[in-house]
Design a protein around this ligand. Sequence first.
Ligand SMILES: [Zn+2]
Ligand SMILES: [Zn+2]
Length: 408
Amino acid sequence: MLDALPIPYVLKKQRSIALGLWLLGLSRLGFGQAGPASPWVSDALPRLAPPASLTQGVWLKGDLHVHSRHSTESTNNSVGKILAFSQSVGMDYLAITDHDNHVDGDVAHHTWADPEFTSPSVLLLYAAEWTTTRGHGNAFSAQPYDHRRLYQVRDQRDVVVGAVKRQLGVHLSANHPSGKDHFGYSYDMLESLEVWNSVIWAKNANALMIWDDMLSSGRKLTGRGGSDAHHGRPDTPAQATANSVQATANYVGTPTTWVFATARTTQAVVDALTNGRVSVSANPFAPRVELSADLNQDGRLDMMMGDNVAATGRPVRFRVQLAGKMAPDATYRVAVIKNGGAFDTLQLSGRHPVGEFTDTPAATGRTYYRVQVEGPATPYPQVPESMALSSPMVGLSNPLYFNFDPNF
Ligand SMILES: [Zn+2]
Ligand SMILES: [Zn+2]
């Protein structure tokens, strides 16, 4: 049809199309900037699935980073000893994450094949600490997988590692991101980040900074805990080692990671971890902080930690709740973090502490909120030296997300 039109009309039309495209580019980039829109970047947010049920599920507690005797530097820490302890403090799930390089990648014939690797009450994930020159990460799976394949590509480029990780279908998590052997691969490959490593709270401050940077960049990345415990109590004085003292200060549950699972199964634990329905407490008996929100101010909660919804531009009522047993007459201080910065503080007390705040997440662009709780230490008599080291930290929530791209 085009060649049938008079030439002046075609020129005019082309000019107006060019002008339209130019104006479109300006509106996308903002005034004062020039250049074409990137084909890799889209402002459009895909339609988000509504949050899963807030009530049909169960809170399960566990530790996602523990070393048994299959890690060569561990002492007095058989799989049976770890599991007996975990059962005694009511753990629901556990990931024994032995160093894969200590068994040439073959955790399947060491940790997982250990006759003691069974429990009547503790859900056991198939896991290992991927221990490489470029840092450490934990792999978590609900069922056995070929961990040697991940081990074999540890010195390859991220694009190869990422492809193998996807084929294996494991949940990959960066360990101690601000410490020695920090995760030196792309965070694009991760489902979660160990924001609270071991009982010593103070050394995790930089891990939180990294988490906030990653969240702010658009990555929907779960924050989790892990004791990284290596040493059990010796059965006889003769078995004691220089590190045995650690067993009374840092052991299973320091900290404890809670997941809101749809069922009491290993798959539901991994899924909840991936989805970010996660809260971390100083120990198994410390209060669990829950962050949720009422989006339309009808008095009913619509989303919980890990959930991602489209912002409406209207005010949202947020709720912070502490669950479990509170210290008598205690006041807990809650720091609200919005997009990596301090937003508000709440003081909570009573037997069932609840606090609220209101804010309007931006209608366009990403917003996230998370909370950290400080207060009196909760006794953990099974690991008696732990309270002084975890203090004053009580717990932290995962974020509530607005306008995050689920396909990132
Ligand atoms: Zn490590
Ligand atoms: Zn470790």
